[in-house]
Design a protein around this ligand. Structure first.
Ligand code: ZN
Length: 437
């Protein structure tokens, strides 16, 4: 088997509080030593001085598009994009075709993830049959399947019926599973193309008010309190939702929240030239909202950064804003956006960024062996150069899709090496099994 010695890097592990210059020894898939005088016999030495050695990142929110839209992304191409972005685990959203609302579909996605072998592919199950918000999906069956589903969501839609939410939360409690909501009141959001505000008025586009998200967050927080169910709020985007989560946590509600790199990096200004690549759901909001997301990530109100990686085919995005589907890709730019827009301006330090990208999401999903660097644990390790500058180049990305408004921008912070269960999946920035994808 293989052995690697990473020498001279800054080892940061939020799970243990470690932040020091040290060597890391990986042998036969396991971290066998962190420190100075290690038994390095037979190990390949990789000099990582000046770089950060971190737990592999964990993405709570990835649209892999398989089954159903393999022209936009496959589990293999999403895995390659994830590895390139420094991830060692992703959670595949269930809005595929067919929908992941049964054991058969979640097991298929899980098996394809294992076959790709570049990251751990966790599968999220649907809350309702066919994401219709009416009849409960086969939740117990999915929990007990090989995929061992822990997080359930109708992402892409908010669940509109409060009684359905209550009953489903009561059911999920028995499995200690997570109810994850895409907070959006359908009636308030109907026909909206972007955030409702001065910008949408100036552009003459119908908007989605902040309240479409906040009303559903209020309802779900109340029902989580009532039922004791673990609630996770997906991609929160408004200052009001951040404040609601802050208050609910203070009251002891079992809630966690995530925010996306695009919501902490961009505002509705990005829609100024009607760029379909800046259309996303929930929409890019105002500067005040963006600042509240940043503050929420810094103080821990928002637990995790999640990409909401949502690939779309060129022919679908290359049309008028009104007809273009919402969503943008994000796996390969998440670290760069985090360092450029959170760390460099001084909003948070690297250990906190790593917590939000690796340790906290692993904890939320209950993923043993991810999100930490411990001797004797599986070697899920990412090495990145926080100072490296690079341009987001569509020709070198691993996703099958290119829909992101940050193409051509300069980001700081680049992934250099990734080890997934000790396998060297990314070497000098190149995904090792590219030929297989
Ligand atoms: Zn969503």
């Amino acid at each position: 088997m293989s052995a690697f010695l990473l020498t001279g890097g800054r080892v940061i592990d939020p799970a243990t509080g470690r932040d020091e210059t040290a060597d890391v020894l990986i042998r036969d898939g396991v971290i066998t030593g962190i420190g100075k005088r290690l038994d390095t016999k037979g190990a390949e030495t990789i000099d990582v001085a000046g770089a950060v050695v971190s737990p592999g990142f964990v993405d709570l929110h990835t649209h892999v598009r398989e089954p159903g839209r393999e022209d936009e992304e496959t589990i293999a191409s999403a895995s390659a994009a994830a590895a390139a972005g420094g991830f060692t685990a992703i959670c595949a959203m269930p809005n595929t075709d067919p929908v992941a609302d049964s054991a058969a579909v979640v097991e298929k996605v899980w098996a394809l993830g294992r076959e790709a072998g570049l990251v751990e592919v966790m599968v999220a199950g649907a809350l309702s049959k066919n994401l219709e918000g009416k009849k409960m999906a086969d939740i117990g069956e999915m929990v007990r399947s090989f995929a061992r589903v822990r997080l359930f969501t109708d992402d892409g839609h908010g669940v509109q019926d409060a009684l359905f939410v209550r009953r489903t939360m009561e059911y999920l409690v028995a499995f200690d599973a997570i109810y994850a909501e895409h907070c959006e009141d359908a009636a308030l959001a109907e026909g909206g193309q972007m955030h409702e505000g001065e910008r949408s008025a100036a552009l003459g586009l119908r908007g989605i008010p902040a309240e479409a998200e906040e009303l559903m967050a209020v309802r779900d927080l109340a029902l989580a309190k009532l039922t004791g169910c673990r609630l996770h709020l997906l991609h929160i985007s408004t200052a009001g939702t951040v404040e609601l989560v802050r208050r609910a946590k203070a009251e002891g509600v079992t809630v966690t929240a995530e925010a996306t790199p695009h919501h902490f990096s961009l505002t509705d200004d990005a829609l100024g030239d009607y760029d379909p690549n800046a259309k996303v759901n929930p929409p890019l909001r105002t500067e005040e909202d963006r600042a509240a997301i940043v503050a929420g990530l810094a103080d821990g109100t928002i637990d995790a950064i999640a990409t909401d990686h949502a690939p779309h085919a060129d022919h679908e995005k290359d049309q008028e804003l009104l007809y273009a589907p919402p969503g943008m890709i994000g796996l390969e730019t998440a670290l760069g956006l985090g360092i450029t827009n959170l760390v460099e301006p001084g909003h948070l330090g690297l250990p906190v960024l790593i917590d939000r990208m690796a340790t906290a999401p692993a904890r939320i999903l209950g993923l043993a062996g991810q999100g930490s660097l411990v001797e004797g644990g599986p070697a899920n390790v990412t090495v990145f150069d926080p100072a490296a500058k690079w341009i987001v180049d569509p020709t070198t990305m691993h996703s099958k899709s290119r829909n992101t408004p940050v193409l051509g921008t300069e980001l700081h912070g680049k992934v250099v090496h990734v080890f997934f269960r000790g396998t060297h999946t990314v070497t000098d920035g190149r995904v090792a099994s590219e030929a297989l994808v």
